[in-house]
Design a protein around this ligand. Sequence first.
Ligand SMILES: Cc1cc2nc3c(=O)[nH]c(=O)nc-3n(C[C@H](O)[C@H](O)[C@H](O)COP(=O)(O)OP(=O)(O)OC[C@H]3O[C@@H](n4cnc5c(N)ncnc54)[C@H](O)[C@@H]3O)c2cc1C
Length: 397
Amino acid sequence: MYKYAIPEEKAKIYEEIREQVRDFAEKEIRSIAHKYDKEDKEIPWDIIEKMSDFGYFGILVPEKWGGLGLDYTAMAIVAEELSRVWLSVGSVMTRNIIAETLLMNNGTEEQKKKYLPGLAKGQILAAAAFTEPNAGSDTAGIKLKATKVDKGWILSGTKTWCTFANRADILVVLARTDPNPPKRHLGLSIFIVEKERSEAHEKIKHPNIAGELIETVGYHGMHCWTLHFEDVFVPDENLIGIEPGKGFYQLMQTYESARIQTAARAIGVAQGAFELAVKYAKERIQFEKPIAEFQLIRSKLAKMGTYIEAARQLTYYACMMKDTGKRCDLEAGMAKLYAAEMVEYVTSEAMQIFGGYGYSKEYEIERYWRDGRLFKIFEGTSEIQEEVIAKRILEIY
Ligand SMILES: Cc1cc2nc3c(=O)[nH]c(=O)nc-3n(C[C@H](O)[C@H](O)[C@H](O)COP(=O)(O)OP(=O)(O)OC[C@H]3O[C@@H](n4cnc5c(N)ncnc54)[C@H](O)[C@@H]3O)c2cc1C
């Protein structure tokens, strides 16, 4: 049993959640992860349906809105355990969590009623369209234009890196509603754009949105898209919070939970690679003994295990801060930054322990290494995390 710095009774609940998710991941995901990744195949629907049945899409959503009403620690454990086997599966809920957080914090009662229960049950799947070709880290620089018309808005422009866009039922789109605000970040709003769900590997189904597939190094269970919006009508009631101009702040508010969730996914990927490396080190014989008996290999295992646990405890600490309603942008940023560096190190060392076999596509360690590299880039790059952390440090000390 993992150790948590919390009362034993609560730790027991978390451990039950971990066991349930681990059991599901081992039985249903392990056997397909490597094959699907190699063939660049998207996660099959039956896995997503089972995740919906277990309530994974609505972990944080209160029961009155159809969710499980659990806390951030529970959410982190679920993300960690799924990612331990396949990052893509551990990431499929991320978009729903972003949409739910945006709605719970800012949505009107009607918007909550319309979308939250479906999102929580995984009947509505979301994709996040924030990044643009010329605005990634610089969120305030986005240009996709929303023009006011009778009863709604017309969206035109380009988004990129929209993961899962083809299979999602809704796109959560950050758009510029004011072309000339006093400050760049003030003229932004977030819209919910409804679309038809596509089958795996099918293109985007929307008469006014064309999608181009982006080929990626890893993260193969979900595909990323560049989306071209051409006069997409969105009704007034689909602007989150109805009042325009608040999108930047609404999005920043979701970053704490998104960073915690991303740190947890990194821990899962690192843990998965670590376990494979430990097993291999015990089995691989060189110089007539298992390589686990060599001091240099033992040193690697010791460091890998230590760094994973440090990232885990930092992430659970951020969860506990969040669960008790405390500001935790610093802790969430630190957890994301550290976990991203940790997973790059751990997956690389795991590959090293596998020697030449680690570099072959036969062994799944190469998938962990490719997936592990992503964490310093998405959900806020490491450089941006460092900026966020440094800013808070300079305020506090
Ligand atoms: C696989 C994948 C999936 C993704 N999924 C989604 C998604 O579903 N939805 C979505 O909206 N986006 C998504 N993204 C986009 C992702 O969030 C961006 O790639 C990320 O925010 C960085 O933006 P950028 O790629 O434009 O890099 P840039 O912002 O151009 O950064 C380039 C480099 O400059 C550095 N840099 C930038 N500004 C500063 C600064 N002020 N100080 C120091 N260094 C700086 C960056 O850290 C980076 O190293 C995804 C990306 C990937 C790779």
